[in-house]
Design a protein around this ligand. Structure first.
Ligand SMILES: Cc1ncc(COP(=O)(O)O)c(C=O)c1O
Length: 387
């Protein structure tokens, strides 16, 4: 059998995407929508916005939570409420571009620092080496919901009086040492984008500890408007609407079940790939109730026989839509690579990881047979795929 025949034989008839959204039950959502039809309130922090905020606060057990129309605007406002006028923010290149972009939108300079050896998150020891009088904040990302070294970042925060803003876009439902992972740091931001474990189509939230910060964020996401006749500062429109809020409220009852299903899929992938030389999957993080939001693997070309990119291509040909989260690295995006004021810090571990990483399909309703078949494909591709 040649490669073409092999692929034709193995190919899924329909695309198997990297993720699929967790939807609320239609009956719940439609019944909630009827309230919107009755009240004719579509936005401006009305009934569902309030209900969803309270329910989320309770579910995540966090002191203050402000809803946003997406995670990016929540990140933008997180930095804004710290009132940093100029300087640098140290962050990771192994992230979605929104992380450094919002540093720029705030008129600040991102400084990219390497990630931990054998991990995916910003390395606090390397961060410390980059701290200068220009540093104004640190923005780590809990990549794939794996907790950053929160103790080390908290120590840095105290030692250098620097705020820690966690990009917690991947952490919904993760608990670290018994507390929601998004409750760590001075400020923390969730994303409810359609690709995330918990979604409102587009959406996000800012988590903070101080009521006055929540109040500022609240004003800022609503044009700076405090009441009908008072505008307290420059704001933006970052409000979550009623349709998304009701969607989120209706979905909340399904999250725990979704995580349980993903855990089974995680176990199945681990079992299916355990004897596959050169393919390494992520271990469950310690002291953590994880959310199994992603299933990243690393491809070691020497041991596996083909590169990550060839594997990616072959999977696509077989209708498996894996994704290279995160490639390219943010410090390799031309805008950042070419900006002369951004220090050119070597990030060898992030480079190596970005060349090897691949996220396989992961969602609660992914059929077990699909997982088994994808593992079989990955195991047998090197025999069939010339570079
Ligand atoms: C790490 C990370 N940060 C920020 C974002 C931006 O969130 P949103 O799409 O809700 O604006 C995303 C994903 O979308 C992300 O993966």
């Amino acid at each position: 059998m040649d490669l073409k025949t092999y692929i034709e034989k193995k190919r899924f008839p329909e695309a198997v995407y990297v993720t699929r959204p967790m939807m609320p039950t239609e009956t719940d959502y439609y019944s909630y929508l009827s309230t919107i039809w009755q009240t004719l309130w579509l936005t401006n922090e009305a009934y569902w916005h309030q209900k969803f905020t309270e329910a989320l606060k309770k579910y995540l057990n966090v002191p203050e939570l402000v809803l946003f129309c997406n995670g990016t605007l929540a990140l933008l406002i997180a930095l804004k409420i710290l009132d940093i006028k100029e300087g640098e923010v140290i962050t990771t290149p192994f992230t979605f571009p929104a992380t450094p972009h919002i540093i720029c939108w705030n008129g600040l300079t991102p400084v990219f620092c390497d990630i931990q050896e054998g991990g995916y998150n910003l390395d606090p020891r390397k961060v410390e080496e980059l701290i200068t009088p220009r540093t104004k904040a640190i923005m780590p990302v809990h990549v794939y919901g794996i907790p950053c070294d929160v103790d080390a970042f908290s120590a840095l925060s105290h030692k250098y009086a620097l705020p820690i803003i966690y990009d917690s876009a991947h952490t919904f439902g993760c608990k670290y040492r018994g507390h929601s992972l998004c409750s760590y740091g001075d400020l923390s931001v969730l994303s409810f984008h359609a690709t995330k474990l918990f979604t409102t189509a587009e959406g996000g939230a800012l988590i903070c500890h101080k009521p006055e910060q929540a109040k500022r964020a609240y004003y800022m996401k609503n044009f700076g408007i405090a009441d009908e006749e008072t505008v307290v500062g420059v704001g933006i429109n970052g409000k979550m609407n009623e349709l998304s809020s009701a969607f989120g409220f209706a979905s909340l009852t399904k999250v725990d079940e979704e995580i349980k299903k993903r855990k089974e899929i995680y176990k199945l992938y681990c079992e299916g790939l355990k004897d596959c030389k050169g393919i390494q999957n992520v271990a469950e993080p310690k002291d953590c109730d994880w959310n199994y939001a992603y299933f990243p693997i690393e491809v070691d070309r020497e041991k596996y026989g083909i590169t990550r990119d060839i594997l990616f291509k072959r999977l696509r040909e077989c209708n498996v839509i894996a994704r290279k989260y995160f490639y390219p690295l943010c410090n390799r995006i031309p805008y950042y690579a070419e900006r002369e004021d951004i220090p050119k810090v070597p990030t060898p571990i992030a480079e190596k990881t970005a060349e090897r990483i691949l996220c396989l399909p992961m969602y609660g309703s992914l059929p077990y047979e699909h997982v088994i078949k994808i593992c079989e494909m990955i195991k047998t591709f090197p025999e069939w795929c010339e570079e």
